[in-house]
Design a protein. Structure first.
Lengths: 590, 180
């Protein structure tokens, strides 16, 4: 190296270093506002949104851990968390959250909604504070259909924003861990609870609700974080004068208790100011003769105006659903090249009904759909134009689809595939924008449904209103399934012994996921060949994420099997009965 | 000074005595408290709910203990042995192995073997929970606020909906603001 080159290179290095310092200090000094949330992916080492970014891709560009060295990934540090205790009908809590990381500080929640702030600098984790919201265990736990769960926090200003199972939105001071304010958003007296993480859009916290098994009427609500007042609340089941009310054709006012919950955090398209959010099953779940009609907007993806909550478009996947096939999943917003040099602006959703859908996120029009599970029995397939199940008959109030297997008052005990947990439940997908591959955490399943004819007198506050129930005579397995979004075809499937109950992280050449039997696994992003695994000894029921601090990349995941599986579905995976309740954070590094 | 100390000691002693006296009085007044504790510890609540009505849902259909016609002996047998072919677990170590249940061994019951409970109970605990079900649950109508409070105490809002009127629904923003 000549002297001149030496000087040049060192000057360049100094300039880069100073720019980095400037960027770092700028970020450190800054509160989390809409600009940073819009540009979350520019902060490569941070993970600011529940789904990483507004598009919900759960893709991180960090690549220090890659396919060549991932075999050397080891535990860097761990931390025991709390919240394992039971309450209501639940004997213990579990962990389903995604950690949020900002500038080396991590924020995680346990099942009862306690928030933990952890300093992740220096290759170790130090707990700085814990905010315990003192959730009313019996009040909330008695009407949580599917576990003592909390999926994480959001950041806004100098506050950590979180939910509790007993229906509160809580803002906690990021530095002190003291509660700044809280607001009751959902009402457990009506069977409403909250399990999802908030989505922050333009100084509002967007909240979804759970409770479709308890006869709620679902909604999505926006709270102004400055005034702490509600800005809008959009019911997912139309009122009597609203469009869509005609899709409830019964004479019992079924829509007043028609379900349509919204318990998975949605996504946001800033270019059209549209929040995209999924809606759950109608109630009663399995007796669709109680509620003839398409039952809008259950089992639909909704596009909502962010300022008013007004429904701009909807796409319904399973009209008059008799299977408990929620469409509550996150919609992943991606742009791919279309025909004639156009760009397709897609919303991708992997539905509980076993089909993956791409719809035009500006219009709600169907683009393509395909089964992502190995076995679908409830329909022969989707109409290529409309995307509706081919047996769907809009002239019929009560849909039978493949009548031989569909639960009904005349077919009271029947096996369906996918089972009612769905081909994919809440665990999130991930999308690699370089490879245009979309990875789905799959439950490869069938289960047995027993229908119970429902009458209005069965509707009681805080009691199950399901019109039957599932049992598990068939072994259930899982997979990570990749879909090529440019073709709408399955590009690969890595099968697993157990269902995927945790979700996916994508990095440039890796895919991370876990198993309820304890393993955290890294796959090659293209081939889905397994490259690394580590057994945590606890059931993985949460998504992995990645971040960097002090210039070093880490992968983090919460471990502790809870949720619906180990109470309601364990008979399909008897080997998992040995898994012990737990509450633990694992952090890996090279 | 010494006198003051004596008075203090006497007061403290009286407080302790008073506390013990109250605890004894409570347990004497409700002999089913021990059975209620077993009902909670055995996680009967997980399927039958606190009120015993059970009901369908994600976990199948737990039978109503309020509408049950089982006798004390039958309740004891059901808790001891579970119910073959259902989710009702057996609560006694050795059921179907060292002790036959419904005249059956584990081999006889085969794939209808009920699940093993998360806790095993002693015979006196099973008698206590059967007595609790007979006294407080079997034959009762719709659950009431008083029953709910007797089960949970008043530390939770779980009994709100059984109040006749005036319970807190969705509170206003102001009242929910916590002090920083």
């Amino acid at each position: 190296m000549t002297r001149l080159n030496w000087v040049k290179s060192h000057m360049l290095a100094a300039a880069v270093a100073s720019a980095a310092t400037f960027a770092g200090s700028f970020a450190l000094a800054d509160d989390v506002g809409q600009d940073r949330l819009l540009n979350a992916d520019k902060e490569a080492g941070n993970w600011l949104h529940h789904h990483k970014n507004y598009a919900a891709t759960r893709f991180s560009s960090l690549a220090d851990i890659n396919k060549d060295n991932v075999k050397n990934l080891k535990v860097a540090w761990t931390m025991h968390l709390g919240g394992v205790e039971g309450g209501g009908i639940w004997s213990h809590g579990g962990l389903e959250g995604t950690p949020i990381v900002e500038n080396g500080f991590m924020y995680v929640t346990d099942g009862w909604g306690s928030v933990y702030k952890i300093d992740a600098h220096g290759g170790k984790g130090v707990l700085l504070w814990k905010m315990d919201p003192k959730t009313d265990h019996d009040w909330a736990g008695a009407v949580a259909c599917c576990g003592v769960d909390n999926r994480g926090v959001a950041l806004w200003g100098n506050l950590v924003v979180s939910h509790t199972l007993d229906g509160r939105l809580i803002a906690t001071n990021k530095e002190t861990g003291q509660v700044a304010w809280q607001r009751q958003v959902a009402d457990p007296d009506k069977g409403e609870v909250i399990t999802g993480a908030p989505l922050i859009v333009k100084d509002m916290a967007i909240t979804g609700v759970a409770g479709a098994e308890y006869g709620i009427r679902g909604w999505i609500a926006a709270t102004d974080l400055k005034s702490q007042k509600e800005v809008w609340r959009t019911h997912t089941i139309p009122g009597k004068d609203e469009a869509g009310h005609e899709t409830w054709k019964d004479d019992k006012d079924a829509k007043a208790s028609g379900g349509g919950s919204t318990w998975v955090t949605g996504s946001f398209d800033p270019s059209t100011n549209t929040i995209v959010w999924g809606v759950g099953n109608p109630g009663p779940d399995w007796d669709n003769e109680y509620r003839p009609g398409d039952n809008l907007y259950t089992d639909s993806s909704l596009g909502l105006d962010a300022d008013t909550g007004k429904i701009k478009w909807h796409y319904q996947h399973t009209p008059n659903d008799p299977y408990d096939y929620d469409s509550v999943a996150e919609n992943v917003l991606v742009d791919v090249p279309g025909p004639n040099n156009t760009t397709q602006k897609l919303a991708l959703e992997a539905d509980r009904n076993g089909f993956a859908y791409a719809i035009d996120r500006n219009s709600g029009k169907f683009i393509w759909g395909l089964p992502f599970v190995k076995k679908v029995t409830w329909t022969k397939g989707l109409d290529p134009e409309s995307g509706k199940p081919v047996e769907y008959d809009p002239k019929q109030g009560v849909q039978r689809y493949n009548a031989a297997v569909t639960p009904s008052r005349t077919n009271k005990v029947t096996d369906i595939c996918p089972g009612n947990m769905g081909g994919k439940n809440w665990p999130p997908t991930a999308y690699n924008p370089n490879l245009k591959l979309w990875y789905i955490p799959v439950i490869e399943s069938c289960n047995r449904i027993t229908v119970e004819e429902t009458t209005p007198d069965k509707l009681k506050k805080r009691e199950f209103f399901t019109g039957g129930g599932p049992s598990q005579p068939v072994k259930i397995t899982g997979s990570v399934t990749a879909i090529d979004v440019t073709t709408g075809k399955v590009a690969g499937k890595a099968e697993t012994e157990f269902p995927n109950l945790g979700g996916i992280l994508a990095t440039p050449d890796l895919v991370f996921s876990g198993q309820p039997s304890g393993e955290v696994i890294a796959y090659d992003a293209k081939s889905l060949q397994q490259l690394w695994q580590f057994n945590t000894g606890g059931g993985v029921n949460a998504p992995p994420m990645t971040f960097s601090v002090d210039g070093k990349q880490y992968v983090a995941i919460l471990v502790g099997l809870g949720g619906a599986w180990d109470k309601w579905f364990i008979d399909a995976t008897p080997e998992l009965k040995r898994m012990q309740p737990g509450s633990m954070l694992y952090v890996f590094a090279l | 000074m010494k006198k003051n100390w004596l008075v203090g000691a006497w007061l403290g002693c009286a407080l302790v005595m008073g506390f013990i006296g109250t605890a004894q009085a409570q347990s004497a007044s409700d002999p089913t408290d021990a059975g209620k504790a077993v009902f909670k510890r055995g996680n009967c609540v997980g399927c039958h709910k606190w009120h015993g009505n059970g009901g369908g849902g994600y976990g199948g259909d737990a039978l109503s203990l309020r509408k049950t016609e089982l006798t004390r002996e039958q309740i004891i047998e059901t808790v001891t042995c579970g119910r073959p072919g259902t989710g009702m677990p057996f609560f006694v170590r050795g059921s179907y192995d060292t002790t036959k249940c419904y005249e059956m061994t584990r081999q006889d019951v085969a794939d209808r073997m009920p699940p093993e409970a998360n806790v095993f109970l002693r015979p006196n605990e099973i008698e206590a929970v059967a007595d609790y079900v007979l006294a407080r649950v079997k034959g009762k109508g719709e659950p009431t606020y008083d029953e709910c409070i007797a089960f949970f105490g008043d530390g939770s809002r779980v009994c709100n909906i059984y109040k006749e009127a005036g319970h807190a629904a969705a509170p206003s923003d102001q009242s929910e603001k916590a002090k920083p």
